[in-house]
Design a protein around this ligand. Structure first.
Ligand SMILES: Cc1ncc(C[n+]2csc(CCOP(=O)(O)OP(=O)(O)O)c2C)c(N)n1
Ligand SMILES: [Mg+2]
Length: 629
């Protein structure tokens, strides 16, 4: 057997740079390179290997959590067909990646994480940053990656990667099982040499399958659709990853079944399609939520049915409602007692089509959906046209970005009050137009994620929309975007704290406690009852962004924002448009609800009142078991 003597880290990079994927005959390298922050836990191993093989491009980042977000956003933009490796030192560098790993895994997005780990040989223990245990010498901080990784391994001998790496690739390229894959790499083993078989470094192309659903189940699904009276489609992220948007449109056109979209599925159908109901669920539109309320059949395509989609299981109120779920993941396909079509969205819709020849929904159902679509569009117009004084409203700013931004651009967001408003108001013009990380809704994803989107689609304008809270959590990748020349346009909305959780808190009778960025007065951190009678903090986020290398426009009015937004397209680097918006002017909810538990007993009257309302809504929560009978 021909062998090559390499360190484990060198062998790993040689292997990774030769992994390709192919779907629909299109082939590409699976890894676009490696993000990393070096420390003693990786510098002599992976760090040395990356230096030795510059063709596998290494990118510095500022924070390990952020680099995993960047990789995740990149892979999401590439429909999961390409991603990055992320490498860190041991201890804090490694555990900083845990939040990123969870974000990737929840969203079913592939990222390969290579945290350094403590010495296997142990003689110099405890090494710097080792979390010691007095109950086992076989515990490491990297064990915390287990619940947030789809595959986890500890490489304690150099030759183990010969079997571990193909397993990692199997999971990363699996449409059903993908997520974060973590290979913990002890710092001594990384630098150890081994005679590796040459075959390990041969080019390997992983075929991404388009698995098909069981044909009997497809036939049954067609019968269910034909016998339904008020069917609806819920389009999730799977529609976009599978590139099923074209066929979804034809499916809606032919059958007349209206389409609602989840956070990850928004953009599945253009906003102006007459059967577009818009956002589904807690942050849904009046069109989607009213059609859902009465639906007797829900065809979920590529959705995992988070509580935001199901409005905490209150969205569908017909006692006989049934579900057909098209999903690559068996786990999701079986949710809600559904008739499971376990398969690729594009392929499965294609197989359903011939069984539905000549079928269309009742005219009244289609007309109702179309009328609600029109009603909803008018509501968006109304909110876009608000010109709130003295501080702008978020809805009008969303309108400005949506209408003045490039129609080919990509808007990126993740947490705060923006996602809910965007889900309702954003008019998606192409499947990648709306990039929301709302599986983990991780504050701090926005700018790091925006960088990943721009790296994946450098030809498009990338619009990051971020609140002051998220910005303060993780804005540092502005530096990386400047360093690498990936320009982002960042709209930074400052409302001195948490508009989102403030509103939630008030709705629970808790007066916005702990959600404002203000000084403590007489030992008390005031909530909203203090009104404007508070002292804001002397924080200057515009100056902060400037200090990180961004070009900054500071605005106070809507007109200034519009002018700055236009000018931002002409600057030579990442540009932040800073504006304050009103904490209290929000986009309302439309026939929906989110279950957030309210205290059962309290001295506070507002809480007791909220609890009564919560109990009334809680009673509407359903189990969806009908399909099983
Ligand atoms: C890492 C993380 N911590 C906490 C939360 C809970 N959370 C959701 S929104 C939010 C406030 C966001 O504030 P900001 O970015 O200013 O947006 P705004 O609510 O003001 O629109 C918090 C704390 C979260 N989603 N992610
Ligand atoms: Mg805020």
């Amino acid at each position: 057997m021909a062998t090559q003597r390499l360190t484990m880290a060198q062998a790993m990079i040689c292997f990774l740079k030769n992994q390709y994927v192919e779907r629909d005959g299109k082939e590409q390298p699976f890894f676009a390179g490696c993000f990393g922050i070096f420390g003693h836990g990786c510098v002599g191993g992976i760090g040395q290997a990356l230096q030795q093989y510059p063709e596998f491009r290494y990118y510095q980042t500022r924070n390990e959590q952020a680099m995993v977000h960047t990789a995740t956003a990149y892979a999401k933009t590439k429909n999961r067909l390409q991603t990055f490796v992320c490498t860190s030192s041991i201890g804090p560098g490694a555990t900083n990646m845990v939040t990123g790993a969870a974000t990737a895994t929840v969203n079913r997005i592939p990222v390969l994480l290579l945290p350094g780990d403590i010495f296997v040989r142990r003689n110099v223990d405890p090494v710097l940053q080792q979390v010691e245990s007095d109950s086992s010498q076989n515990l490491s901080a990297n064990d915390v990656f287990k619940p947030v990784s789809r595959y986890w391994d500890l490489i304690s001998r150099a030759e183990q990667i010969i079997l571990a790496l193909p397993e990692a690739m199997r999971v990363l390229t699996s449409p059903a099982n993908t997520g974060a894959v973590t290979l913990a790499l002890p710092q001594d083993v990384q630098a150890e040499a081994c005679d590796y078989p040459e075959e390990l470094f041969a080019k390997r192309v992983w075929h991404i399958p388009r698995n098909r659903a069981d044909l009997k189940a497809v036939e049954k699904a067609a019968q269910w659709i034909r016998s339904s009276k008020r069917p609806m489609i819920v389009a999730g992220g799977g529609v976009i990853y599978s590139e099923a948007t074209e066929i979804l449109k034809r499916f809606a056109d032919q059958t007349g079944i209206p389409v609602a979209e989840t956070m990850a599925g928004k953009g599945s159908l253009r906003f102006d399609h007459p059967l577009q109901l818009g956002a589904m669920g807690v942050t849904g539109t009046l069109a989607a939520n009213r059609i859902a309320h009465d639906a007797d059949l829900v065809i979920g395509i590529g959705t995992r049915y988070s509580d935001f989609t199901s409005a905490s299981k209150t969205a569908w109120q017909d006692p006989d409602v049934r579900f057909i779920n098209v999903n690559v993941a068996e786990f999701d396909a079986f949710k809600h007692g559904a008739l499971p079509l376990v398969g690729d969205a594009r392929e499965t819709l294609g197989e359903l089509f011939p069984h539905l020849e000549g079928y269309a929904v009742a005219a009244a159902h289609k007309e109702r959906a179309m009328a609600l679509h029109t009603e909803w569009e008018a509501e968006v117009d109304r909110i876009y046209a608000i010109r709130n004084q003295p501080l702008t409203s978020q809805g009008e700013l969303i309108g400005a970005v949506n209408e003045l931004g490039s129609p080919e651009g990509i808007m990126v967001c993740a947490a705060g009050s923006l996602p809910g408003d965007l889900h309702k108001l954003w008019r998606s013009r192409h499947p990648k137009n709306y990039h929301l990380e709302y599986g983990y809704s991780c504050m701090g994803y926005e700018i790091a994620g925006g960088l990943g989107v721009k790296m994946a689609a450098p030809e498009r304008d990338v619009y990051v929309m971020v609140g002051d809270g998220s910005y303060l959590m993780l804005a540092n990748e502005i530096v990386t975007s400047v360093q690498e020349g990936y320009k982002l346009i960042i709209a930074l909305f400052d409302n001195h704290g948490f508009k989102s959780i403030g509103g939630l808190s008030r709705s629970m009778g808790q007066e916005g406690f702990g959600t404002r960025y203000i000084y403590r007065e007489d030992g008390i951190l005031a909530g909203d009852t203090a009104g404007e009678n508070v002292r804001p903090l002397p924080v200057d986020l515009a100056a902060n962004a400037r200090s990180l290398g961004a070009h900054v426009f500071e605005c106070t009015t809507y007109d200034e924002f519009v002018a700055a937004f236009k000018k931002a397209h002409e600057t030579d680097r990442t540009t932040v448009i800073y504006i304050q918006n009103d904490r209290y002017v929000g986009v309302p909810g439309y026939d929906s609800w989110w279950d957030v538990h309210v205290a059962e007993v309290s001295e506070m009257e507002g809480v007791r009142e909220a609890r009564k309302q919560w109990e009334a809504m809680r009673a509407k929560e359903r189990y969806y078991l009908k399909g099983q009978s």
